[in-house]
Design a protein around this ligand. Sequence first.
Ligand code: F6R
Length: 248
Amino acid sequence: MSGNIKLQICDSAAAVATAAATAFADLIRTRPDAVIGLATGSTPEATYTEMARMHKDEGLTMAGVTSFNLDEYWGLGGDHEQSYRYFMNDRLFRHVDIHPWNTHVLNGKARFPALECRSFEDRILAAGGVDLWLLGIGGNGHIAFNEPGSSVDSRTRLVSLTQETIDANSDGRFFSDPSEVPRCALSAGIGTIREARALILLATGAKKADAIAAAVEGPFSPDCPSSLLQDHPECTFIIDAAAASMLT
Ligand code: F6R
């Protein structure tokens, strides 16, 4: 079952980044006050580099844009180098003209996590909802930090990370040792993500091939959280050939 998921299979990871950055730039040029959703992790880094280049070389302005990020490690403040707030400032926000006060990243040090999550959802509503949300995918099929078992209507909340996710994030790209990785995170829920008017999920490399096949061709099931995008009316997976290699 592939539901409504559209597939855009690119020759290379670089082409994935160009296609994703172009989709965001097209939206922002058409709607300068667009509300966009963003992701962290390795996969979108090249997309952000390309968006920064478009700002510098092509006059792409993000001055009217509002952004919401998927998730944040619980217990890390924005000045921590492995926090997702730090990542976003470093990889994208400081290279473009988006106003810092229009960038919403959950506060991993909020005193009351439930209030922080509620406020995040309220801010999305107040902004009029998300026009286009960028996603990555975990090797276990997670989206944001919605691990297998997360329900289709889950909302932004404090979640526990699986050992697989902790290990994946301590392979030297971000944390060098599993003991350094926070055990919990604040994460937009699957229900929150599904309310975005359009979704783009990126995946590159053979390590993501099984997860992509399960998301696109497997059952619609919380066992593979990304499969819960199958009935979204406007969801595109932009992936490279290696990530597409297990599709039938
Ligand atoms: C990050 C996020 C995660 C990642 C996923 C893939 O904001 O929500 O779901 O998208 O873990 O991470 P990478 O791209 O590092 O393989």
